[in-house]
Design a protein around this ligand. Sequence first.
Ligand code: BGC
Length: 463
Amino acid sequence: MWWILLFIVLIYLVLYFVVRPLASKGLAPKMTMKTPSENPKFDNSFRFGASTAAWQIEDIKEKSNWSLFEEKGRCPPHEKACDGIKMFDSDLKMMKDMGLKFYRFSVSWTAINPEKGKFDLFYLENYINICKKLKEAGIEPMLTLCHFEHPAWVEKEGGVLAPDFKRYLCEITATVVDACKEYCTYYITINEPAVFANNAYKDGIFPPGEKSFVKFLQACDVFMECHASMYKIIHEKIPNAMVSIAKHMIPFYPMHEWSVLETVLAAVFNNFNTAILDSFDTGVIKYSFLGFTIHSHEVDGLKNSIDFIGINHYYCTWISFNPLDWGGSVFTQPPMSQNPRRFSLSDFGWSLAPESLSVCARWVNERWNARKLPIIITEHGIADKSDKNRQWFLPHSLSHLRDAIDDGINVTGYCHWSLLDNYEWAEGYKMRFGLIEVDFETQERKLRDSAIIYKNIISDSNK
Ligand code: BGC
């Protein structure tokens, strides 16, 4: 009997001393839980901004992949959103009032390419005007070419997995860049490719609502193929363009450091962060675990195809097998946890750990920035209708970010998600991310108190 026990103990020791350290090697640095200093002050070269995306704010009549999803009753009605095009001039005034220096927004592929081979040049004109007006106001436009949305006709041909998806996306890229190049040099090719692939093809919460791991991997490959070609097209038209993707970062941690299983699972989920960023260093998109490759795909022109590193970040995720740590939240089903016993949660159920943004910046800089590229936070924010949490979460997050910059991390800009309350995809209008509160009936706008706090941080930094 004793030898069975000894055998079990030996196995555990091997797992603990060999497998666990190996699995934790690639994980994000830990948080220090340092108290943030009040009133962070940045250099006046630092660019503060805000982000939006077309389908989330515009009143678009043409049908997209989301309209088809809505017809199946899989997402709430889109309606007019924030009527973003008509309201742009007054939104611009509010951006100027806050002192913003970056505005990240996207073109609606659906609105400008509503039918196969047909481009709506009038709608495209809106984006040229937006870029022009932003420039005149001293705000740098950053244009996203593909933000979770494409026309219904593309979706009907198979969406991201359609045989010609890349060709279509390259066509729209060329058209948009030709139109906007006089006023816009910052481009995001694809917003959060791994999130889009995951939500659309693995978790089924974005259109087309599929649940296939194989299709998820295929979609990631397609996106990186698209990115490499789009990068080339943009640079052919604007040699000094600044191009990136917006990479969603989620630090995964084991809830209990002694737990081999939690650490191993954290390492598996960590592929979400590493696969895409590694691919810019290697030219290969690869999903692997403990040295075993599950999937690998080489993409021509992918290596080094970014000019800055765009980071989107909202929350960390812990792995826990203790049900007391779980809490219902989209995207973070058990054994994933938002650590509710330690952190307060946003309206979306995401952990509010203000240090995590700086952790991501430090991690990205250390592991994926051998070329010393600028890092720009392309999205970061909180769903908070009451605005109570945003009022401390935003300055505390910026304060930690400031510390990272003091430690030599080359973060040159920060765009808050979002400028406006908007259509939050599968959640509809429930989640309020805006610095600006929107009344969706009247389209009235109002600066939230947190926006005033943001404005004060910006003006103090400009002194
Ligand atoms: C997306 C946004 C979204 C935000 C909040 C990001 O992943 O890029 O479109 O609104 O998260 O959920």
